[in-house]
Design a protein around this ligand. Structure first.
Ligand SMILES: Nc1ncnc2c1ncn2[C@@H]1O[C@H](COP(=O)(O)OP(=O)(O)O)[C@@H](O)[C@H]1O
Ligand SMILES: [Mg+2]
Length: 454
């Protein structure tokens, strides 16, 4: 734009305006008008300059923003498709173009629904027709140039124009096939692991049942063969005695009778009868003991729990154990009189008899055999400690003493079931049983049972 120039010409004061190269002389009257026009033009021109630079700046900013948005869209790995209200594609991102394997020109303008595989088209229609303002989603596959795509999680959000009217929808999608396959593999692995675990538990149960049965058979075998043998001998004795008595009853002569007495070894038979019967009885008692022990195992049926006065149970258990062991040990009890445990008094009693039995066995050869039984409350637990100054349990055996049939005692002295049964009973009660060594030597069994209040 050429700018009109105005100058004053010498002393005449005439205004000469040069517009587009032509000098026009103006008279004083119109001069004022022209000055006004020129001033206005000046102003307009200056404004225009400002507007233009403003516009250029805004344009620059706009271009920058657009490049930024484009590069963001291009770098998004999810597919992005913008459609108009009729479902025709307006814009796509490079991820979608790559997925479909078609040029942008081929894709833009086509109907999005047609780009899904035939089986998913009905679902695609529902998704595209959703009239909500919220985002809707579905799992669909595209029909790409290489065949059906991976399963994609598609989200659809409605698009609004500047006036707030619906202008179409934006679709984003990402493949979930991989994720789903990984999830399915994980799920399968989890199921298999659970099966393997329950098989293992089953096997372990069977194995421990097998151990139990083998142990029971072994334990019973001894007294049974003992009883069996004794019965055979007794039968032999019975026959000899019957023959001898028959001879007496038939009134044989003394000489004949004495001969028979020696031949049948009657004196030895009679002398042997007592130990034989005693031994048989012992065997029977042993068998009944084992059976009784096994019976205690069938406490699966839940018996109702009740408050158990521990002091009383400890006292009777001590008496029982001491009597059956004919113990020579000193037994000291320090009992909290009002301490109550929650459980089954019969079962707690048999646990205590087991522990005191073992303690009495352990101190048998000690110089000053001593067994102490102490009870006290400890938070929500009622605690019983059975402490002895016996031979103790070597560290290596600590974890084994609770195993079924683990015993260091000779056959006939121990079954190895006592602690195992005690352990099971205590755990049924929701308590615990632990073994350690008191500083003075020997062994200490600590029994913790849930405490009851009145
Ligand atoms: N107080 C104790 N002192 C030393 N050893 C013990 C004590 N209590 C248990 N044991 C060991 O634990 C083993 C298992 O005990 P238990 O299950 O009662 O079976 P059992 O008394 O029939 O042998 C015992 O044979 C013994 O070796
Ligand atoms: Mg025992």
């Amino acid at each position: 734009m050429t700018k009109p120039e105005t100058t004053r010409d010498g002393a005449r004061g005439d205004l000469i305006a040069r517009v587009a190269g032509a000098d026009i002389a103006l008279s004083e009257g119109s001069e004022q008008v022209w000055l006004e026009v020129i001033r206005k033009m000046d102003e307009v021109y200056a404004d225009l300059i400002v507007y233009e630079s403003d516009l250029e700046k805004k344009n620059g900013e706009l271009e920058e923003a657009q490049t930024f948005i484009q590069s963001v869209i291009a770098s998004v790995s999810d597919v992005l498709v913008v459609c108009d209200e009729s479902g025709a594609i307006l814009q796509i991102n490079p991820a979608f173009r790559e997925l479909m394997g078609h040029d942008e020109q081929e894709l833009v303008g086509s109907s999005l629904i047609d780009l899904f595989v035939a089986e998913d088209r009905a679902e695609a229609k529902t998704l595209c027709a959703a009239a909500t303002r919220e985002t809707t989603s579905g799992e669909l596959r595209f029909r790409t140039s290489d065949g059906p795509s991976d399963l994609m999680a598609i989200n659809r959000s409605p698009l609004f124009d500047a006036a707030g009217r619906r202008a179409g929808a934006v679709f984003t999608g990402r493949p979930i096939g991989e994720l789903r396959r990984a999830y399915e593999a994980l799920h399968l692995a989890h199921v298999e692991l659970k099966q393997a675990q329950s098989r293992l538990i089953e096997q372990e149960k069977m194995a421990s049942l097998g151990r139990l049965v083998a142990g029971v058979a072994h334990e019973l075998n001894n007294p049974i063969s003992f009883v069996y043998g004794n019965i055979h001998t007794l039968d032999r004795y019975r026959k000899a005695l019957a023959r001898y008595l028959a001879a007496i009853h038939s009134g044989v002569a003394v000489k004949e009778r004495e001969k028979l007495r020696r031949a049948e070894d009657i004196d030895a038979v009679i002398a042997d009868l007592e130990p034989l019967i005693e031994g048989t009885l012992e065997g029977a008692v042993r068998i009944s003991d084992i059976v009784k022990n096994l019976r205690r195992l069938s406490f699966g049926a839940k018996t109702p729990r009740e408050p158990v006065a521990l002091a009383k149970v400890v006292e009777t258990a001590t008496q029982w154990a001491a009597r059956s062991k004919k113990a020579k040990a000193r037994i000291v009890t320090r009992l909290e009189p009002d301490l109550l445990a929650c459980g089954h008094s019969g079962q707690i009693h048999s646990v205590l008899v087991n522990l005191i039995d073992n303690a009495l066995d352990a101190v048998r050869d000690a110089p000053a055999p001593l067994v102490e039984i102490v009870t006290h409350a400890e938070g929500s637990s009622a605690v019983v400690e059975v402490i002895d100054n016996g031979k103790g349990v070597p560290d290596a055996l600590r974890s084994r003493v609770f195993e079924p049939f683990f015993t260091t005692k000779t056959v006939g002295e121990g079954t190895g079931l006592g602690l195992w049964i005690s352990y099971s009973i205590v755990h049924e009660h929701g308590g615990s049983i632990e073994i350690d060594a008191p500083p003075s030597g020997g062994a200490r069994f600590t029994l913790r049972l849930p405490r009851a209040t009145d």
